[in-house]
Each structure stands twice: as C-alpha cells, then as structure tokens.
Design a protein around this ligand. Structure first.
Ligand code: CA
Length: 231
C-alpha cells in the first residue's frame, strides 16, 4: 500500500511518515498544497493524509481539485482542534475521515487501516483467503492459525494482494502501490517476492495469470469439485 502525506509542519510530517512506514506502508511526502496536489493527481495512492492549513494552496482546495478530476482515493484530513467548520468543509470537499490535532499516531494508523480496507470492500480488520489470515492491525499473517514470519516487503505484497482478492493485479500495479517514488523500481523483483511468499505460506493462494499478473483466491482444493460427466 502506497500513501501520500501532505503536511507543511516538517516535524509533524516526519512523525507521520515514520509512523506509517513503521506500519509497513510505502510513503511519499509533500510540504505544501501545490506539490501535494501534483503528486495526488499523478501518482496512484491507496490513501492520502492531508493537512487543511497548507501554504500555496489549502487542503480543501487541493481535495476539491482531486475530486473534480475524478481522483477517488480515500483521504484522511488533519484539522485544527475544535475547528468544526474545517471538518464540515473537508467532508463536503470529499474527505473520507478526519483526525483533529494534536493526535496520537495510533489513531491515524487505525483510521488509515479502516480507509484502506473499506476502499477495497472489506469490513473486517482481518482478511481471510482459504487457510491464510492477514491481521491488518497487528501486521501478522497465519496459515491454519500458525504464524508465518514475513519480511516487511513480503507482508506489503501479500497485504496488497489480499486487499484486492478475486481481481487480477498486474505487476506494474504492484510496483506502483508497493514502493515510494524514490525507490528504484524493477517489476522483475515482484516475481522473486511472489516466489518467496508462496514458499513461506506453503499453500497455493497466489495464482500467476500468464501475461496479466496475479490473482489471489482460495486454493483449488477448497472450491467445490466439478461434477464428472463420464464417471
Ligand atoms: Ca499546517
């Protein structure tokens, strides 16, 4: 999952980015409304944390411009404490949720997790595919209830695929959603990570769709067996 943080307060920006990166997300950052608007308009973010009070272009105007251009990613706005009018303007401009300053990073993380799973159509914080469960709160993966140890890159990849279960995800899409803009992106490494994930999980939930990408679905054995015509 790749996120954008737009916040002009450098310390706060650094804290939010560090918190999100610590939770396993790839994060890009912007320090004013123009830069933030440009990134959100051109890069495929899974969610955005957007401050309202920004230099050059305020957060409400940035959000309105994104929505007018059809950019639909979930947006969590940061509002000044007790500025209820900011919240109203923010929601009317297309915000999905808000956090009032000062906030605890845990609250931002929980709200971002909720936005990401809602955007992908999941109501629960725990995603399940056959014997595999992925707990988005704890960042843990288990197969048949047994914990599987994954690196942060492997977790990020599995998390993205499981958020988009049942849909073919191309390698290009994975690269765009797993790495921040400074990362040296090479879609060949995705194959390597998928191979490692398959070995560690030990169950066949990631199918390669030749020439298209990957599809996460429960293993064949769990599906209803097809009736044999010529038994
Ligand atoms: Ca600000």
């Amino acid at each position: 999952m790749r996120l954008l943080v737009v916040e002009d307060d450098r310390d706060l920006n650094r804290q939010i980015v560090a918190g999100l990166e610590g939770a396993g997300y790839a994060v890009d950052r912007a320090f004013d409304g123009e830069e933030g608007h440009f990134l959100g308009d051109t890069e495929p973010y899974d969610a955005v944390v957007l401050d309202i009070g920004l230099p050059k272009r305020d957060g409400i105007a940035v959000l309105e411009a994104w929505r007018a251009a059809g950019r639909a990613m979930p947006v969590l706005i940061l509002t000044a404490r007790d500025r209820w009018s900011d919240k109203v303007k923010g929601f009317d401009a297309g915000a999905d949720d808000y956090v009032a300053k000062p906030f605890h990073m845990e609250e931002v993380l929980a709200r971002v997790r909720a936005l990401l799973r809602r955007a992908a159509g999941h109501a629960s914080a725990e995603l399940t595919c056959g014997p595999v469960t992925l707990d988005t709160r704890a960042g843990r993966v288990a197969v048949d209830g047994n914990a599987v140890k994954l690196t942060s890159h492997e977790y990020r990849l599995l998390s993205y695929l499981m958020h988009h279960m049942g849909r073919i995800v191309s390698r290009g899409e994975i690269v765009e959603h797993l790495y921040d803009q400074d990362f040296d992106r090479d879609s060949n490494t995705i194959e390597v990570f998928v191979g490692r994930l398959r070995r560690k999980l030990g169950v066949d939930i990631i199918q390669t769709m030749r020439g298209l990408g990957y599809l996460v679905a429960p293993p064949e054995a769990e599906k209803k067996p097809a009736a044999r015509k010529d038994a």
